[in-house]
Design a protein around this ligand. Sequence first.
Ligand code: ARG
Length: 506
Amino acid sequence: MSGEHEDEHSAAEETVVRRDRFSGGPARSFLSSLADDERIFAADIAVDRAHVVMLADQECIERETAGEILAALADIESAGHGQLPDGEDVHEAIESAVIERVGPEGGKMHTARSRNDEVAACIRYRMRADVLELIETVVEAREQLLAVAEAHTETVMPGYTHLQPAQPTTVAHWIASYEQALQRDTARLLDAYDRVNQNPLGSAAFAGTPVDIDRERTAELLGFESVLENSMDASATRDFLVEVTGAVATLATTLSGLAEDVVVMASKGHVELDDDYASTSSIMPQKKNPDTMELVRGRTGDATAGLNGLLTNLKGQPRAYNRDLQRAGRHAWDAIDSVTESVAVATGAVTTADWPAEALERAAADGFSTATGVADLLAMAGVPFRTAHELVASAATVTDSADGEPTSSASDSDAPDYETLDAVTQDVLGDSLSAYVERSAVEAALDPTESVAMRDSRGGPAPDAVVAQLSAASDTLSDDEATLSTRRDAVESASDRLQTEVDRYA
Ligand code: ARG
């Protein structure tokens, strides 16, 4: 442990819990999680309070003793984590601090529990807050992305497959595609939340207790929605951390795609990031680099590393508690902290960016990106789609050869003109193009903006279709906001309930 803890609290040595077993061998700091446990300090105080109130309610400890322990906890809470006496972990240190203040009777706090169920409860209590904060960040991101999308339903841009120009789309359609993914990321986090928010307390080491405890009561006081049924499972499992970290890693993967898109767009001049979200080079004064988005992309590694680290920690751990578990939580915290920041930064970069409409529209025609639309027209006129596909491909080849360009040139914006398409149609179908489609329709299909407007199937990029998507997305967003505030309210009223109970002892 840190010297600070040892020096400050040497006077307390006499009352340090189980001091004989944790007495300063070479592995002392290796064993201790006290510094890392700062994250669950407040959670541990809450868990201690709920446990003590329940024990007194159940007449397992005297009300007077409960009152003294609760007063000591209030004092320990205001002193803060840094003032705790030395200990293997925050649970032991807080217990020592209670005993310092109350005397041996303070040791009744640990009646009918173990650090195993205690730490599981603390992790769940704290993780619950972290997941809610992340969900809130994602929900806010969705709201902001939808607002940008609404402003850009008519901003035509190139859409890519294999990083090659594929078909024209709009900035709104592209942004809405990420909002949909973030919708599912929100759903995964909300789902994981419900399994985080369960009560392991009262499982003791793993084998329950002969003491007449009430696990429903501690669940109620801590705002846990349900009680984990089997005491061995309750103290051992960390699968809830896997669920959260899995959802976080999936979210990070969503963000990494968005980030990569923006990096590529910035390199082509298809987006201009606000200076707040760009960086420059220390040597090349002309550079404006999309560093924020590269870091968002890079932080995906933090999340997948967290998931990998967590699963590796948990793999093959036998029932019930093993000390390996002390190293499990950090993977989940690292992942969630890193990605929560990423969400906010990625959203800020996208919402403050400038989308140069003219450059985007020009680029939207690159590489004969309207080819599919011409084939679609012929297919709608009754030509088998495969034949139409081959016909348009031949027209593209004719145009490319005439240009002297290789057919694979990705940046060739030259689409075949009507005459070329007509000539090829006569070759392939033995009839002129106008026998199938009006010239004006072909010319419209060759125009990127018209091409977008034609693709009005449900979910497609046509402005009306996107407006419908955005409206559905904003309904789902309102539902998610309501779910989030229900979860938050439940946590807050539990915390008020616990405070009211504690105050009755003051
Ligand atoms: N600091 C420990 C952890 O985080 C608490 C549980 C200790 N339990 C035990 N049996 N050694 O997991």
